[in-house]
Design a protein around this ligand. Structure first.
Ligand code: 1CP
Length: 363
């Protein structure tokens, strides 16, 4: 069987088989800290509101409905790949999709984000969190399979929310600046906290396994809001759960990326949790981030998304600085320090992809 004919997940899942075009993609090579022909680049939230074609397609379709329709998932995931020529696609979904799939009453309100009808704040609330079965998300399997066929040698990144960030939405009831109630539960009722985090970790593991089984060739675990936690609390109350997620994914053989915002003080611990690639926001330069993670990790990041709103000369200078600092890491995937802002000009993103590609290899 040629590598082309192999199931992409098989090719990616077997690090020894590095001959297929997918396994040889700059993104997967960089995740594995292997030499790359050019620095790979993709953008968190590359699909979405910065793209007019996305806004047109989503007109009149609620966010969570679009995440349950394979035709829309495939089209929206492909839009930034076609337009920008990025080195990886990220599955179009949301971190609350698996929660909705197990029956949690959650809606994504435009301009707000996920809103939970019945926040979970006590032991009785835990009952709402039953395990996720692959049959709960058939549209995810179907969409990933369709995407893998369309993407060819471009890897598809599957993703899920990490337990802390999922817990923050479930406990607060929606987006929150400081995660006060979440941290109060974590500090005040460690037993309930661990049971909640344990159930969420199981859901995350199941959701990621569905995506990899269907052909995703890497996964990213978003712990977007864990930056509000101090390192010692992270070690005691978060790390055991994220470590279990990465350990459960290890046998699948796909690179595992871990990202959070404001996590400068946690980068070493997030690597210890078992990620192959640590995502870095814009607050810590990549050369400093490389010192903060243990050897054996690649880095992903970390241009401030707001830089893209400045004149091109600024974007170029800043992007070249990110590339130069990324050279000090064992592997570097160029990205933003967080998601694309909705007001970003797509032409600037396209130009940035060209710049990163033309700048050549950093390793
Ligand atoms: O109607 C819309 O267009 C709603 C905007 C939107 C989009 C496009 C939301 C609501 N989610 C998404 C898609 C999404 N969500 C992706 C798409 C893939 C891509 O990157 O192109 C991804 C990876 C996510 C993951 C996600 N959802 C995260 C983690 C990543 C991050 O940005 O930190 C988080 C925290 C969410 C929750 C969420 N969903 C939507 C919003 C606006 C938010 C954040 C709300 C808040 O501030 O708490």
């Amino acid at each position: 069987m040629t590598a082309d004919a192999a199931h992409p997940a098989d090719t990616a899942a077997n690090p020894a088989d590095n001959s297929g075009p997918l396994a040889e993609s700059p993104f997967l090579l960089a995740c594995r800290r292997r030499p790359v022909p050019r620095t790979p680049v993709w953008f968190m939230r590359q699909a979405g509101r910065a793209l007019p074609e996305y806004l047109r397609l989503r007109e009149g379709v609620p966010m969570l409905e679009s995440c349950a329709r394979p035709d829309m998932i495939v089209e929206i995931t492909m839009q930034p790949v076609r337009r920008y020529g990025v080195d990886a696609a990220i599955f179009f979904s949301d971190i609350v999709v698996p929660l909705k799939a197990i029956g949690i009453d959650v809606d994504i309100k435009p301009g707000v984000g996920p809103v939970i009808a019945d926040p979970i704040r006590d032991a009785a609330g835990l009952d709402a969190l039953r395990p996720l079965e692959p049959g709960d998300v058939p549209y995810v399997t179907e969409a990933v399979q369709g995407l893998v066929g369309e993407l060819g040698a471009t890897p598809l990144i599957g993703f899920a929310g990490a337990p802390f960030t999922l817990a923050s939405y479930l406990i607060e009831g929606g987006p929150s600046k400081n995660q006060e109630r979440t941290k109060a539960l974590m500090y005040g009722d460690p037993d309930l906290w661990d049971r909640l985090m344990g159930r969420l970790a199981d859901i995350t593991i199941a959701f990621l396994k569905v995506q990899v089984a269907a052909g995703a060739s890497a996964i990213q675990v978003f712990d977007s809001w864990v930056g509000s936690v101090a390192p010692e609390d992270y070690r005691a109350s978060v790390l055991p759960h994220t470590r279990r997620i990465f350990a459960a994914l290890e046998p699948l053989g796909v690179p595992r990326v871990h990202f959070g915002v404001g996590t400068g003080e946690l980068l070493g611990l997030m690597g210890e949790a078992g990620a192959d690639v640590v995502g870095v926001d814009w607050r810590v330069p990549l050369d400093e981030a490389a010192r903060r993670v243990e050897p054996g990790k690649a880095l992903q990041g970390n241009l401030d998304p707001a830089v893209l709103l400045a004149p091109w000369e600024t974007v170029e200078r800043r992007a070249r600085d990110v590339l130069a600092r990324g050279r000090t890491a064992e592997g570097h995937i160029f990205n933003l320090g967080h998601g694309v802002l909705p007001s970003t000009d797509p032409d600037v993103l396209a130009r940035l992809v060209d710049l990163v590609h033309e700048a050549g290899s950093t390793h």
